[in-house]
Design a binder for this molecule. Structure first.
Ligand SMILES: Cc1ncc(C[n+]2csc(CCOP(=O)(O)OP(=O)(O)O)c2C)c(N)n1
Ligand code: SF4
Length: 251
């Protein structure tokens, strides 16, 4: 019997098995980034900057040059790389603890300066790697190991809306919030990621895509429940959409 390939692994993925938990969305987003890099034909000149958090090993999974800039410093390192070698394509891959807590300053100022880099921001509302502590993006009422009675605005403050903060900054060229818990959302997210890279390739400004993602392990859910929880709870707090688009039509 003859088989026809209907799908091939992107060249920009290394083929190493993902070490993420079952049902975690990090792997889906890695695959989408790799597909976009292949489609744009930029694999030989793209650099990934990995963060602290579960995706610290992202450089293992991409077939790209890369480095790690932990503790929120990814956008500072990416800035230096891009300014030294503007011919390269530089992107950071960061969780909410990394990007919106430890790295708040780097995020805001790189966006404000309009650095020609791309950021993929994984918002799973929790610190995944270190055991489920409260993140800046944790929802009100949500129980975590450091908010065992549920987050309250009075005690822990409100959830931070990264896109709504960054959209006011003039250096931002593309900014969108999306999710990947259904096939339709996966296809849409791919388009957003492509546009965030095009913001850099067309030299328009800073590009960021926030992906609402699951952490079944620390949410205490199975993968299906976690996928549903994204729609039931996260989307209400973090509305999806395109906040800034100065890139225009794709081609
Ligand atoms: C200043 C500082 N605080 C805390 C830590 C410990 N730490 C390492 S990874 C991590 C959580 C990262 O969570 P997130 O960025 O949301 O990524 P995820 O694991 O959820 O993908 C923390 C708190 C640290 N390394 N440095
Ligand atoms: S702990 Fe959470 S974020 Fe980390 S790999 Fe597991 S499911 Fe993903």
């Amino acid at each position: 019997m003859e088989y026809k390939a209907v799908y091939k692994m992107p060249k920009a993925l290394s083929g190493k098995l993902f070490t993420y938990c079952p049902g975690c969305h990090h792997g889906i987003v890695h695959r989408l980034i790799a597909e976009v890099i292949d489609e744009l034909g930029i694999r030989e000149r793209t650099i990934v900057v990995a963060p602290v958090g579960c995706s610290v090993f992202a450089y293992e999974f991409f077939e790209l040059d890369g480095t790690v800039a932990p503790h929120g410093r990814a956008l500072a390192v990416a800035t230096g790389m891009k300014r030294a070698r503007p011919d390269l394509v530089v992107f950071t891959y960061q969780g909410d603890g990394d990007l919106a807590a430890i790295g708040t300053a780097e995020t805001i100022h790189a966006a404000n300066r309009g650095e020609r880099v791309t950021t993929i921001f994984i918002n799973n509302a929790i610190y995944g790697m270190t055991g489920g502590q409260m993140a800046p993006t944790t929802l009100l009422g949500m129980k975590t190991t450091t908010s065992p009675y549920g987050r309250t605005a009075e005690r822990e403050g409100y959830p931070i809306h990264v896109c709504e903060v960054l959209k006011e900054l003039k250096g931002v060229a593309y900014l969108a919030r999306t999710k990947v818990n259904t096939p339709k959302d996966v296809i849409n997210t791919r388009k957003h990621i492509k546009k965030a890279f095009l913001a850099q390739l067309k030299d328009v400004g800073f590009g960021l895509v926030e992906v609402l993602s699951t952490c079944p392990t620390n949410w205490g859910m199975d993968p299906l429940q976690a996928g549903r929880w994204v729609d039931e709870s996260m989307v209400k707090e973090y509305p999806l959409g395109v906040f800034v688009d100065k890139v225009g039509e794709e081609k």
